[in-house]
Every structure is written in structure tokens, then in C-alpha cells.
Design a binder for this molecule. Structure first.
Ligand SMILES: [Zn+2]
Length: 119
């Protein structure tokens, strides 16, 4: 959570005006921002200001989970393609007559599974 003086500094930078009145709840100075008088500290810490994410400081850790999985990304398409390829390779192994060709195909499958696991 941001410190009150950081929040106030943010609003000053964004063009907010610090007023001489103080917030009843937290005692911080009230701000005039976009024609509204508000306590930026309460607003920020209560999460009521919808534009807060846009004003996020670059050095602040984002709340996103560690593994971002963008919807419809190329990764799932790649995984599907790999699955199809692995099935195809397995079918070829079944019909392969030569032992060394079987072995080579199985190595390909093993590689594919390894790659699949890291997707
Ligand atoms: Zn307040």
C-alpha cells in the first residue's frame, strides 16, 4: 500500500490542488482534483478511484499473478499443434518396420513431450 505522502505527491503531479481543509477520516489534507473535492488518501487506499491502475508507478509491483497467460495466445495453438504432431509420430512408430526408425521417432516424441511440458 502506498504511503499517504506518496499518494498526495501523485495527485499534485497529476494537477490536483491541495486544500487547507483536512479529511475527517484520516486527517490528510483534502484535494481538489478534476473539479471534485476528495481525500486522495482515503480514495486511493479504499480503491474507489477507477483510474488508479493507469496512475500506477512503474516501480510498483503489479498485482498480476506470476504466470501471465494471455487468452488466445500463440502458446495454446503451439501446444495443440505439438499434440497433433506427437499423435502423428506415435502412429508412425506403430507402422514403422525398422527398429532404428522406431527409435528415432521415439526420440522425436520424447523431445516433443519435453517441449510440451515447458509450454
Ligand atoms: Zn482521508
Amino acid at each position: 500500500m502506498k504511503k499517504p505522502d506518496e499518494i498526495m505527491a501523485d495527485y499534485l503531479l497529476k494537477g490536483g490542488k491541495m486544500l487547507s481543509k483536512a479529511c475527517n477520516a484520516c486527517g490528510s489534507p483534502l484535494f481538489e482534483y478534476k473539479g471534485e473535492t476528495l481525500c486522495v488518501v482515503c480514495a486511493e487506499q479504499g480503491g474507489e478511484i477507477t483510474e488508479a491502475p493507469a496512475a500506477r508507478a512503474p516501480n510498483e509491483a503489479p498485482p498480476a499473478p506470476e504466470l501471465p497467460t494471455p487468452a488466445g495466445s500463440g502458446v495454446s495453438a503451439l501446444a495443440e499443434e505439438l499434440d497433433r504432431t506427437l499423435v502423428y509420430l506415435c502412429e508412425r512408430i506403430r507402422s514403422e518396420a525398422r527398429a532404428e526408425d522406431c527409435l528415432m521417432l521415439m526420440e522425436c516424441v520424447a523431445q516433443g513431450i519435453e517441449v510440451r511440458r515447458h509450454l
